[in-house]
Ligand binder design. Structure first.
Ligand SMILES: Nc1ncnc2c1ncn2[C@@H]1O[C@H](COP(=O)(O)OP(=O)(O)O)[C@@H](O)[C@H]1O
Ligand SMILES: CC(=O)OP(=O)(O)O
Ligand SMILES: [Mg+2]
Length: 405
């Protein structure tokens, strides 16, 4: 069975095509700058050179059409026809309380995802565009949705409730949901595998640090607490998102700067974080380069970012009465040697001792980067949200096939 996995963002769409016989990737790629003057399609058929095309792609349906053209292209393709795609799996960031696990796309599923647009404004509308684009281009194909929030549905009430009037939870489901769950689930399982220890016996702190960033306390294999909240804005400092701040800043700023609700929302989601403090970029690579070139604001942005990760590690170690494994994953977590060094510096009181040489080694494999006498295993575990999405989609498509047979 061939499964196409799609992670649709507002201006980009990433894809991976899996052959579930052996979970091999047949092709992967991305369409970037959708709706802008020159969109870029990058397509990589496994084992063959990458193909890059610059073209005008105005919306998601055209982007999906482009992906299917690439997958069936006489020269760069890996399929002889789109009929060979058996099911499509989508990443959906917000599943609210409606979705505790992955689901097949139906009119009801779509309605629920739509209801959550306000709660994940950078993500859910884009995912829905991906789903409807696939419906238009591959009518009748089984589609599944895999939610970032699902893994965190095990959190106890003390973790997920906010200390505000209960009526807000009852009426509007205002609570912590948490995100990047597919990633936190994947990397915690991989870490236990690599360590050769049962996940159920471990206390892990997983730091998914990419464009969005979140830390999760994983106790006995289940999410116990996580830094993102009702929306993906809370918690760690991010590329363009503020993370934690005093909620009083919101009405105060609206008043002083004469901002509307949507303006203050946009300020916190799109114009804060690394970008705001550095005044330079939301991209950690550029921040790090500028810092090494002596840029003071970039240095401050970097230090604030690392410091906030460190604080969450301490908080979650306290929450679980200990920590056995500290995990780094996603774009920054997997690649930034200097960020990991900064975060781990000064955590010896928790038993965290980083091996600087192991930390500096470049590898795509899950690995331990702490010293042999560190009581906490510090690890880098490359995430693979797409593989988990493919597995869930495969399971749901098979169930659906069996029901229809
Ligand atoms: N070598 C590196 N050093 C520092 N940061 C890096 C490196 N490689 C990638 N990144 C950062 O990773 C972030 C993107 O992470 P990623 O997990 O790919 O994000 P997303 O999936 O949310 O788009 C960017 O800030 C990018 O600068
Ligand atoms: C939930 C979230 O922040 O996702 P991303 O890191 O892909 O922006
Ligand atoms: Mg991501």
């Amino acid at each position: 069975m061939n499964i196409l996995v799609i992670n649709a963002g507002s201006s980009s769409l990433k894809y991976q095509l899996y052959d579930m016989k052996d979970e091999s990737v047949l092709a992967s790629g991305r369409v970037e700058r959708i709706g802008m003057d020159s969109s870029i399609v990058t397509h990589e058929p496994e084992g063959r050179p990458e193909v890059r095309i610059v073209d005008e792609i105005l919306e998601h349906t055209s982007a999906i059409k482009r992906v299917l053209d690439m997958l069936t292209h006489p020269e760069h393709g890996v399929l002889s026809s789109v009929q060979e795609i058996d099911a499509v799996g989508h990443r959906v960031v917000h599943g609210g309380e409606a979705f505790k696990e992955s689901a097949v796309v139906t009119p009801e599923t779509k309605l629920e995802i739509r209801k959550l647009f306000d709660l994940a404004p950078l993500h859910n509308p884009a995912h829905m565009m991906g789903i409807t684009a696939v419906e238009a281009v591959l009518p009748g194909v089984t589609q599944a949705v895999v939610f970032d929030t699902a893994f965190h549905q095990t959190m106890p009430q003390q973790s997920y409730l906010y200390p505000v009037p209960m009526v807000l939870y009852k009426r509007h489901a205002i609570r912590r949901y948490g995100f990047h769950g597919t990633s936190h689930a994947y990397v915690s399982e991989r870490a236990a595998e690599v360590l050769g220890r049962p996940l159920e016996e471990l206390k892990l702190v997983s730091c998914h640090i990419g464009n969005g960033a979140s830390a999760t306390a994983i106790l006995h294999g289940k999410s116990f607490d996580t830094s993102m909240g009702m929306t993906p804005l809370e918690g760690l400092m991010m590329g363009t998102r503020s993370g934690d701040l005093d909620p009083a800043i919101v009405p105060y700023t609206m008043n002083k700067e004469d901002l509307t609700l949507s303006e203050v929302n946009s300020m916190l989601n799109k114009h804060s974080g690394l970008l705001a403090i550095s005044g330079l970029s939301s991209d950690m690579r550029e921040i790090t380069e500028a810092m090494f070139d002596g840029d003071k604001n970039a240095k401050l942005a970097f230090e604030m970012y690392a410091y906030r990760v460190k604080k969450y590690i301490g908080a979650y170690a306290a929450a679980m009465n200990g920590i056995d494994v500290l995990l780094f994953t996603a774009g920054v977590g997997e690649n930034s040697v200097v960020l990991r060094e900064h975060v781990c510096d000064g955590l010896t009181f928790l038993g965290i001792k980083l091996d600087k040489e192991l930390n500096a080694q470049r590898s795509k494999e899950a690995r331990v980067i702490s010293t042999p006498d560190s009581s906490v295993a510090v690890m880098v575990v490359p995430t693979n949200e797409e593989l988990l999405i493919a597995r869930d989609t495969f399971k749901l498509a098979r169930q659906r096939g069996a029901e229809q047979a």
